[in-house]
Design a protein around this ligand. Structure first.
Ligand code: ASP
Length: 316
């Protein structure tokens, strides 16, 4: 595994399995009253968020704290970025604190890869524009595996705004790598040309949705749309909204959040027992702990950083 986590593409099936296994052991720690382990004591983790986030930012914060790291969270608003400081200067400034890891969320595709060139810290991509969101894919695999038992052969339909979705890209790669059969579905204007090359099938209607074991709905990413991709949200919902009529009783439902209620999902399915949405959020902490562990103390860590670290988590 690379010293950074920039894309699912660079993870082998073994890497993914190791991270999911590690997340299981952190899930056990999360069940304890004291949810903290000393693994990253004395190491510094920087959360650098240039774009809005609720789940990703808070779960990375909790993950770093539960591993006993010293944590700084910086948001673009209120930082020197407001005064015109460039990403490169910001990263070089923060690198003076000798961080072990920088977690970066940016509206620009490729930003995490650039940060990795400017710092000696391990860089974790927490979402870069339309490109990738690898920890989302890992937490989705973890959540689904826990509920379904096995990922092998599961038929997953990813429905909605695939064009603007970094989650779709990361999840197509992650689900297929773990042996799932992936189909993407949405209006032709929201399905990127050539997406099949990632190993998925494409459908433009929900007619065959009943063949799915798992329906993974995506948010309409209006902040990334420069023009009009669908006639109206109402018409989009009429053709692609997942509601109680379209979701079969044995199908599972996932969504990365935040959900536009009444657009991609109807209220009755969000609150149904088939929905894994709350479990996805919960998994975010232990999977991000596992990623930090892997990069800073486990197999992905540079030699030396790992000394004495390959032990099971102990309470702090
Ligand atoms: N939270 C996810 C992301 O940051 C999905 C979304 O925003 O729709 O990409």
């Amino acid at each position: 595994m690379q010293p950074h986590l920039l894309s699912v593409d660079e993870l082998s099936r073994d890497d993914i399995e190791r991270i999911l296994g590690r997340a299981e052991s952190f899930a056990e720690v999360s069940g304890r009253e004291i949810k903290k382990v000393p693994t990253l004591r004395g190491r510094t983790v920087i959360n650098l968020f240039y774009e809005a986030s609720t789940r990703t930012q808070s779960s990375f914060e909790l993950a770093a704290k539960r591993l006993s790291a010293d944590l700084i969270t910086l948001k673009a608003a209120g930082s020197a970025v407001d005064k015109g400081e460039s990403l490169k200067d910001t990263v070089q400034t923060l690198s003076a604190y000798d961080p072990a890891a920088i977690i970066i969320r940016s509206p620009h595709a490729g930003a995490a890869g650039l940060v990795a060139r400017w710092t000696s810290a391990a860089v974790i991509n927490a979402g870069d524009g339309k490109h990738e969101h690898p920890t989302q894919a890992l937490l989705d695999l973890f959540t689904l595996k826990r509920r379904a038992g096995s990922l092998e052969g599961l038929r997953v339909w990813i429905v909605g705004d695939v064009l603007h979705s970094r989650v779709a890209r990361s999840n197509i790669l992650a689900f297929t790598r773990m042996g799932c059969e992936v189909t993407v579905c949405g209006p032709p204007t929201l399905i990127p040309r050539g997406i099949e090359s990632l190993g998925c099938e494409v459908r433009y209607t929900l007619d065959e949705l009943s063949s799915a074991d798992v329906v993974y709905a995506l948010r309409m990413q209006r902040e990334r749309m420069s023009g009009s991709f669908v006639p109206s949200l109402r018409e989009y919902a009429a053709c692609y909204q997942i509601d109680g009529r379209r979701l079969g009783p044995s199908q599972l439902l996932m969504h990365p959040g935040p959900v536009n209620r009444g657009v991609e999902l109807a209220a009755e399915v969000i609150d149904s027992p088939q929905a894994l949405i709350a479990e996805q959020v919960e998994s975010g902490i232990v999977v991000r702990m596992a990623v930090l562990y892997e990069l800073l103390a486990g197999r992905g860590a540079p030699n030396g950083a790992r000394a004495g670290a390959e032990t099971e988590p102990q309470p702090a």
